[in-house]
Design a binder for this molecule. Sequence first.
Ligand SMILES: [Zn+2]
Length: 125
Amino acid sequence: MSRVIEHARREYPLESCGLLAGKNGKIIKVYSLENTEKSSSSYLMAPEEQLKVFREVEEAGLELSAIYHSHPHSPAFPSQRDVDYAFYPDSLILIISLMDPKAPQAGVFQIENGKIEQKGLKITV
Ligand SMILES: [Zn+2]
């Protein structure tokens, strides 16, 4: 989790975003991607970077486990936009909140057909 939080802090006050890959439910790789929107309230992963990561993950025999992004000024809960833009219902969504910069909060969710469900995720990297 530290690498994801580190990335969120580096991009602050903009949202950071990236992908988490692993095996058997365990996250072993963090891919930090560029937020092409350069916004503090939304993100869009660079499509060519995203494609490159998809390929790397497949070649390494891993699976795409989660998509992460940060909320610099709001809670670790999906925004309406996050719900509207949840294009990968099979992937978990990890949100890091930096509302309290000294105590980052994390939330893991699955969003399917506009329904938000809280999940758990073990991240050791
Ligand atoms: Zn969000």
